[in-house]
Design a protein around this ligand. Structure first.
Ligand code: F6R
Length: 619
């Protein structure tokens, strides 16, 4: 894992590959490499531990020429972060060069077999096993009439022996004007440009050079030869693919006046939320419509239960969705981590509607949960941000959150976009069930006001977040507590802080503090109290009192017009009084900024936090 780019075309491949790798940096990685060559120039590979800038320097030291190439950013799974384990990998006979995302589960047995047959290995990756397996079959297939056919047959044969997941791009030096790509449970997209073709795990890697794409399906193999491509299915039959034009910003490299993508994306939220809601309110101003769901009003009314599934921040958005849908649509709700759902085998009635939520639409755990639910005959809808992603294509319908490309590894605008989507769904379902016309109108108005409100809150809490983060950035641990819809926001606040500043943080429902976690409270252990829900005010004040009694520090987020006793909080920010349904979104804003500034204060790279990847395509 993490990002693949392949190129064959009229341009020198090196700059195209470097740009593609740069565009995928946001996905998180710890080393990068590329190979370039063609009929006139022998293929050469450069690899570097660290960032694409290091790779760029290395590439500048060697004269890399050619119109064909592959590149990769690696997030280590098999084998440590070393140059030897960095992709592309070359077979021991030097004939094949390959980049790979995914995990080959039976690599140990295959490696043994290859070693017995004389293969030597320089690193520890499963990918090096795959490239040698292809080379081994190529040697066995010496009777195949053309080199090109022999190349294809060897790739197909090797892939048929794999257990696990893969998205690959592979070069055969005997066929220097060709590339082969294939996928199984790991994304791979073909980009069709003017006299150039691309392969990538992410359409962002096309660097804006084309929006015309073919999304490959599992088991498919694409063969690129000059300006032509041919796709065959798992059964070896030739397919006639549809080239789609994606409505998605494929050039995502522009930071504008911001210093990081995380900052840019936090401040983009007024616009991204507006986009999520655009054209989705009903004409009478009391409801919403979500056409992509492809669920009839009857099917929605018959639903007895909704099950929301996601990972990380998407899971937290589901938790907010649980409270929202329960309150406004009056429907029994359940939320499950995707990784748990898959193995849980819970009894599910046929009238359970499942929603999987995934910004990237490529998260392995979420996809596996989707497949598991569909296998059991359940209808799965998706909430996703990435157009054409695997989740979008493999679900029974869904809603695009339209938050725009999210580059920062830590989710910000995609998280609030997911909550906004749940707000629309609550309205839509609510109005079919028990929500009155006037309640619907009030909620629609609140949602229409949301972008402006978010803009004002961001403007007013920015300085506060910066100053407060500076004051507390040396603390080693934080608690975040909130009640009801603000409990998942506490979870998200803690996750954001951990991800980008590496400060330990935990979150609890306010009422849980006294059941154990309070044992750790002491002067250097601050607690964020999310107290902006007026209904919960007295309960939150109880929490603050308990913390202050133990000499803990309290950072409170309150609500205008409901001031806290001054002696109960060390720092406080008051949010405007808004419709309760949008409280989760406005309450997370100061927390996103706090995490951002705390990370800067501690010298961390907010866009590429250590150990994290943007799309986790392994289980
Ligand atoms: C947190 C974060 C991750 C993702 C999680 C799911 O900031 O980004 O926790 O939310 O990996 O990713 P998606 O939504 O792409 O399925």
């Amino acid at each position: 894992m993490c990002g693949i780019i392949g190129y064959i075309g009229k341009e020198e491949a090196l700059p195209v590959l470097l740009k593609g790798l740069t565009c995928m940096e946001y996905r998180g990685y710890d080393s990068a490499g590329l190979s370039v060559g063609d009929e006139q120039h022998a293929f050469q590979t450069v690899r570097a531990v660290g960032r694409v800038v290091q790779l760029t320097k290395r590439a500048a030291e060697v004269s890399l020429r050619g119109h064909v190439g592959i590149g990769h950013t690696r997030w280590a799974t098999h084998g440590g972060i070393t140059e030897n384990n960095t992709h592309p990998h070359t077979s021991c006979d030097g004939k094949f060069i390959l980049v790979h995302n995914g995990v080959i589960e039976n690599y140990a047995a295959l490696k043994e077999h290859l070693k017995k047959n004389g293969c030597t290995f320089y690193g520890d990756t499963d990918t090096e096993v795959l490239v040698n397996l292809i080379a081994w079959h190529y040697r066995q297939f010496s009777d195949i009439s053309t080199l090109s056919k022999r190349f294809k047959a060897s790739v197909r044969k090797a892939l048929s022996e794999l257990q696990g997941t893969y998205g690959i791009a592979v070069i055969c030096t005997d066929c220097p004007n060709e590339l082969i790509g294939a996928r199984k449970s790991s994304p791979l997209v073909l980009g069709v440009g003017k006299e150039e073709l691309f392969l990538a795990s992410d359409i962002g890697a096309f660097g804006g050079r084309t929006k015309d794409v073919v999304f490959l399906s599992d088991g498919e193999i694409v063969h690129l030869q000059g300006n032509e491509f041919h796709i065959t299915g798992a059964d070896e039959r030739a397919l006639s693919p549809t080239v789609e034009t994606v409505d998605w910003d494929t050039d995502v490299s522009d930071l504008g006046s911001y210093t990081s993508y995380m900052q840019k994306e936090i401040f983009e939220q007024p616009k991204s939320l507006e986009n999520t809601m655009l054209g989705r309110f009903s004409a009478d101003g009391s409801s919403a419509h979500l056409g992509g769901l492809q669920l009839s009003a009857d099917e929605l009314r018959r639903a007895e239960r909704l099950l929301l599934i996601g990972c990380g921040s998407a899971y937290h958005a589901c938790k907010v969705g649980e409270y929202l849908l329960e309150r406004y649509a009056r429907i029994p709700m359940e939320v499950e981590y995707a990784s748990e759902f898959r193995y849980r085998n819970a009894p599910l009635s046929k009238n359970t509607l499942i929603f999987v939520v995934s910004q990237s639409g490529e998260t392995r755990d979420t996809l596996d949960a989707l497949h598991e639910a569909r296998r059991k005959g359940l209808r799965v809808s998706a909430i996703t941000n990435a157009v054409g992603s695997t989740v979008a294509r493999e679900s029974d319908g869904g809603v695009y959150q339209r938050s725009g490309s999210e580059i920062g590894v830590a989710s910000t605008k995609a998280f609030t976009g997911q909550i906004a989507t749940f707000l629309l769904l609550s309205l839509y379902l609510g109005r079919m069930r028990e929500m009155s016309f006037s309640e619907g109108c009030r909620l629609v108005q609140a949602l229409k006001d949301l972008p402006t409100c978010v803009k004002e809150v961001l403007a007013s809490c920015d300085d506060w977040a910066r100053t407060t983060a500076k004051k507390y950035a040396k603390c080693q641990s934080f608690y975040f507590i909130g009640r009801q819809m603000l409990f998942p926001i506490a979870l998200e606040g803690a996750l954001k802080l951990k991800e980008v500043s590496y400060i330990h943080a935990e979150a609890y429902p306010g009422g849980e503090l006294k059941h154990g976690p309070i044992a750790l409270i002491e002067p250097s252990f601050p607690t964020f109290v999310l107290a902006s829900d007026p209904d919960m005010l007295s309960k939150n004040i109880n929490n603050m009192t308990e913390i202050k009694a133990r000499k803990g520090q309290v950072i409170a987020l309150g609500i205008e017009g409901c001031p806290f006793p001054k002696d109960l909080c060390d720092d406080v920010f008051y949010l405007p009084k808004v419709h309760e349904a949008i409280l989760p979104i406005i309450t997370v804003l100061p927390l996103q900024l706090f995490a951002y500034y705390a990370a800067l204060e501690r010298g961390c790279d907010v866009d590429k936090p250590r150990n994290l990847a943007k799309a986790v395509t392994v289980e």
